[in-house]
Design a protein around this ligand. Structure first.
Ligand code: 5GP
Length: 120
């Protein structure tokens, strides 16, 4: 079974505001909202509004370098808004061995507690 089928995901419904999400930051390209199953006091997902084939980081193309940078910069804005600039982590799970479950590229922004390293 191909986990990355390219089919629409739940994040499309969040982008379309068809299902509710707690939005932390939004601009014309990027949406950031709280994870429904938070792994830290702050756990925000940062996604591109236009998936454009970016089901996972491993599918990124050179033309997508700008949106990749915008996502990372949005993670910084989220950390500032959430007051976790003294310590936060940005994670991208890529593919089944990394437990990726939603195939619409997303950055996890985690903080608000002491984070351990290495991750599991
Ligand atoms: P992944 O495992 O693919 O890196 O992360 C997907 C994340 O999306 C998980 O942390 C999961 O809790 C979150 N998630 C899945 N469905 C929803 C949803 O409907 N709303 C929100 N806010 N988060 C979701």
């Amino acid at each position: 079974v191909d986990a990355d089928s390219g089919a629409p995901t739940i994040f499309d419904k969040i982008i379309a505001k068809e299902i509710p999400a707690s939005i932390v930051y939004e601009d014309d390209k990027v949406l950031a909202f709280r994870d429904i199953n938070p792994q830290a006091p702050v756990h925000v997902l940062v996604i591109p509004k236009f998936r454009d084939g970016l089901t996972q980081l491993g599918k990124a193309e050179p033309r997508q370098v700008e949106i990749l940078g915008q996502l990372l910069y949005a993670a910084k804005i989220v950390a500032e808004k959430e007051g976790i600039v003294d310590g936060f982590r940005v994670v991208i799970n890529n593919g089944p061995d990394a437990c990726q479950s939603v195939y619409h590229l997303h950055l996890h922004v985690l903080g608000g507690r002491q984070l351990t390293w290495p991750p599991g």
